[in-house]
Design a protein around this ligand. Structure first.
Ligand SMILES: NC(=O)c1ccc[n+]([C@@H]2O[C@H](COP(=O)([O-])OP(=O)(O)OC[C@H]3O[C@@H](n4cnc5c(N)ncnc54)[C@H](OP(=O)(O)O)[C@@H]3O)[C@@H](O)[C@H]2O)c1
Length: 443
């Protein structure tokens, strides 16, 4: 891998494609024989630093329609936190089920799981049938792995029954020096960004794009008021930018003055610090408190001059969902892609049906949506939200930061890249957007 890395660092990406690929590589794994290691602990006490390993694993055989990528940088997503704490299920079940679907898929069913659902790097090999990409191409990868042998996926690939999230429901993910992807996961690396900046938007940017902008999600339009939970976090930092970029007004919910400051830097003006204002949507574990929903709704109206949100961008789940349904305007949309605080939601259905609101489920993005989201990054209209990068050897700490909500925006991971700041091939565009690219740094 060192020879491949050196060729990439020298700028001769095509040469990287001529070097033999080693039969093993460095990767971040969890182990099947450790899935019970946190038994009996509370979620917050399960420590990714104990379960994530950095070790050498065998290079997988390359199949039709696939590509091997030399990974310069990757990023932490919440799905790696879930994998590392073995919640709500351990991910070996996904690998076992996938392994049963075909001879080729059997490669994924291993006693270790190489995790990670983002990457920026260089194509080093392509399998039979790959026409659109070649060794030497600088790429980022989105995380939709799809078989497309069934008719259901042919309007919207997210509807394919064999749809999986790469590096979470499949093996050979991006937190490694080498990764195996399907070639229809690849997109051009934005030329004005460093490897670690380019690797950081992928999963959350594409998810937020479908969830908020796409007609498959909330179909946001100019003038909409959008309530965004976790507005400085992974998903929320892109949702906030999409709202501002698309002529909507974000109402950003965060939990500290630092996070509020980041939202201001993105251009948001209406911000709620949920910690300072101490919203308690549940009076005890089983009892929601509608008075708190009303207090929250009144605060939103105070900020917006009396408007309720056209769209609520949901992902915290159980803790906030009742409030989200309550505060959405008549005819408004609550669009949800996750349940970080618990997946059994409860809300007062009278507010939903009497006020003709809609709850829309959303999950990742199809290739077209991921590519449109990446195009916005490449054009410098939406910017990475990278706050910090760790070397691959410290991936456990990186995942721990995200698990404990001690991070801002995205946390990057350097794989083959020896340091930050490398890989920029369009310095002019970079110079134009340097302030925006760096606005999550050092907060
Ligand atoms: N379905 C999909 O395709 C998809 C894709 C990406 C992510 N996800 C899921 O979406 C969730 C968020 O991902 P992310 O990358 O945005 O994570 P993140 O970077 O940790 O950001 C989430 C933010 O949500 C806020 N939050 C957390 N718990 C909360 C609570 N109980 N009440 C209110 N706000 C809360 C926090 O912001 P403050 O503390 O500042 O309020 C936090 O920064 C995760 O569960 C992840 O697995 C799903």
């Amino acid at each position: 891998m060192e020879k491949i890395r050196d060729a990439i660092l020298s700028g001769d990406l095509n040469a990287a494609g001529d070097i033999p690929v080693p039969d093993h590589y460095r990767a971040v794994t969890v182990h099947a024989d450790e899935v019970d290691m946190f038994a009996g602990l509370e979620t917050r006490d399960k420590d990714p630093r104990k379960s994530l390993h950095v070790e050498d694993v065998a290079t997988p055989e390359l199949g039709p329609g696939e590509a091997l990528i030399a990974v310069m940088a990757s990023a932490i997503n919440y799905n790696t936190v879930w994998t590392s704490i073995f919640e709500p299920l351990d991910t070996f079940g996904f690998l076992r089920r996938y392994g049963k679907t075909s001879e080729l898929a059997k490669r994924h069913d291993l006693p270790y799981h190489v995790v990670g659902s983002d990457l920026a790097g260089v194509v080093v090999r392509t399998g039979p049938g790959v026409q659109a990409w070649k060794p030497g191409d600088a790429v980022v990868a989105h995380c939709l792995s799809v078989e497309l042998e069934h008719p259901d996926g042919h309007n919207d690939t997210m509807m394919d029954p064999e749809q999986r999230i790469w590096g979470f429901e499949t093996n050979f993910g991006g937190l490694a020096d080498l990764a195996l992807v399907k070639s229809n996961q690849l997109m051009p690396k934005p030329a004005h960004l460093t490897w670690e900046e380019a690797a950081s938007p992928g999963l959350v940017n594409s998810t937020a794009y479908r969830q908020l902008v796409s007609h498959n999600g909330a179909a946001m339009k100019q003038g909409d008021t959008v309530l965004i939970w976790g507005a400085s976090g992974g998903l929320g930092s892109y949702a906030t930018q999409f709202a501002l970029n698309g002529g909507a007004t974000p109402v950003c919910v965060v939990s500290s003055p630092q996070k509020a400051e980041i939202c201001r830097r993105m251009g948001a003006e209406l911000i709620i610090d949920r910690a300072a204002e101490d919203y308690r949507f549940w009076s005890d574990e089983d009892t929601p408190d509608p008075r708190e929903w009303k207090r929250f709704g009144a605060r939103i109206r105070e900020l917006t001059g009396g408007e309720d949100p056209d769209i609520v961008f949901e992902h915290p789940g159980r803790e906030t969902f009742g409030a989200s349904v309550f505060v959405a305007r008549r005819g408004g949309t609550i669009v949800t892609c996750a349940s970080t605080s618990g997946f059994m939601h409860s809300y007062d259905n009278r507010y939903l049906w009497m006020h003709l609101k809609r709850i829309v489920g959303s999950h990742f993005a199809n290739y077209r949506e991921a590519s449109e989201a990446n195009r916005l990054i490449a054009k410098g209209k939406i910017h990475p939200t990278l706050s910090k990068s760790y070397p691959l050897t410290e991936v456990g700490q990186a995942a721990y930061d995200v698990h404990r909500n001690a991070h801002q925006g995205k946390v990057g991971v350097l794989c083959l890249a020896p340091e930050e700041g490398l890989g920029v091939t369009n310095p002019e565009l970079r110079a134009k957007h340097l302030t925006e690219i760096n606005r999550f740094r050092g907060v």
